[in-house]
Design a protein around this ligand. Structure first.
Ligand SMILES: [Fe+2]
Ligand SMILES: [Fe+2]
Length: 359
């Protein structure tokens, strides 16, 4: 441990330094000029400071004030060495943050005892501080790991649903990014937007529970099949509900309500207006828009403009008008998201050349 000693008297410096050296694990750093000591303190933190009170350029208490102004030296104990035994001086020094006094002429065993006490205190404080920092870092690491685990589980659950669902992974990515655009444009906070982008891909997780003959049926569904198909909303809700993780709570809400319509004609509960949770209303816009505009091997897609017209035509009936407006407000970004995935799709699915096209 480093002990800074500031005293204009060279003999005192030598004596104090010798006393410090006789302590276990302590090294003296000496200055006879307080100004130079201050300059050294700008870039160094000793474990203890011993200040002579009576010095020509700057007295001990003034130097102490300067030390205490430096926030990084807040916890360094300071001993004032003084021949002045008046109560006034002592109170002034204590007010300025002095931790202990030594009276001149010094008594060596007393100096040793006081130094040892303050250094021990310093050491245990440092230990506590290190332990607190270590614990804080560990808590932070575990929290981040838990969050990552939760997100990974959610992602894997969405992937599981994808195996049963003809909708592609890029649909999930696009519709969740559209959802975030809407939430941001509508002024929702960062936490809501982040949860939304992670929860939205789980909207159709309930399709896991729909039989293949209905889920994968190429033609139109009969009314009976349609009502089974529509159960995916409540099945998804059952899979996701009951968690105390906010992300899963939102995902459950979205699974249940993404087919509700603003005018109350949707399913499964025929909710209307603000009775439909915000996340459900946002995802409804993003999901339908992407379903209309995405290219699938089995269907042609709508143009972006046609899908936009559809949203506007159903503004206030199927969709919450505020979220249609928010979506249109971010139109350039919508097109950019659509085009990125469209390019990737074309790269992976080059158009086939038919023999009759060869002349
Ligand atoms: Fe759905
Ligand atoms: Fe979807």
């Amino acid at each position: 441990m480093n002990v800074l000693i500031v005293d204009d008297d060279h003999t005192n410096l030598i004596i104090m330094a010798a006393v410090v050296r006789r302590l276990d694990d302590a090294e003296p750093i000496t200055f006879s000029n307080p100004i130079e000591a201050l300059a050294w303190l700008d870039s160094n933190e000793p474990d203890l400071i011993l200040l002579d009170q009576m010095m020509p350029d700057m007295d001990g208490i003034t130097l102490l004030q300067r030390v205490r102004q430096n926030k990084s030296l807040d916890a360094v104990p300071v001993i004032i060495v003084t021949a002045d035994t008046s109560v006034d001086t002592r109170i002034r020094a204590l007010d300025e943050g002095c931790n202990d006094f030594l009276t001149k002429p010094i008594i060596i065993p007393e100096v040793q005892a006081r130094l040892r006490n303050l250094l021990a205190l310093r050491q245990s404080r440092a230990l506590l501080r290190d332990r607190a920092a270590l614990l804080a870092a560990e808590v932070q690491r575990i929290t981040a790991a838990l969050q990552r685990q939760g997100e990974e589980l959610v992602l894997r659950l969405s992937c599981a649903a994808e195996y049963r669902d003809p909708e592609t992974g890029s649909h999930l990515e696009r519709m969740s990014r559209y959802s975030r655009l809407i939430a941001e444009a509508a002024g929702y906070d960062r936490e809501f937007c982040t949860n939304l982008v992670k929860a939205a891909p789980m909207h159709d997780v309930g399709k896991i529970g729909i039989p293949d003959m209905i889920l994968l049926k190429p033609g139109r569904l009969t009314p009976a099949e349609l009502s089974i198909m529509r159960q995916h909303a409540s099945i998804g809700h059952r899979i996701l509900a009951g968690s105390d993780v906010p992300l899963l709570q939102m995902a459950a809400e979205i699974a249940l309500t993404h087919h509700e319509k603003y005018d109350g004609t949707g399913y499964p509960n025929g909710l209307a207006g603000s009775a439909i949770p915000v996340a459900g209303r946002i995802v409804a816009v993003a999901d339908v828009f992407d379903a209309l505009t995405s290219t699938r091997p089995y269907k042609r897609s709508w143009t972006l403009e046609a899908a936009r017209n559809f949203l506007e035509a159903n503004r206030g009936t199927h969709f919450d008008p505020a979220f249609v407006d928010a979506f249109i407000e971010r139109w350039d970004e919508v097109c950019a998201i659509h085009n990125v995935y469209e390019e990737a799709y074309k790269l992976n699915h080059p158009p086939e050349l038919h023999p009759e096209e060869l002349h």
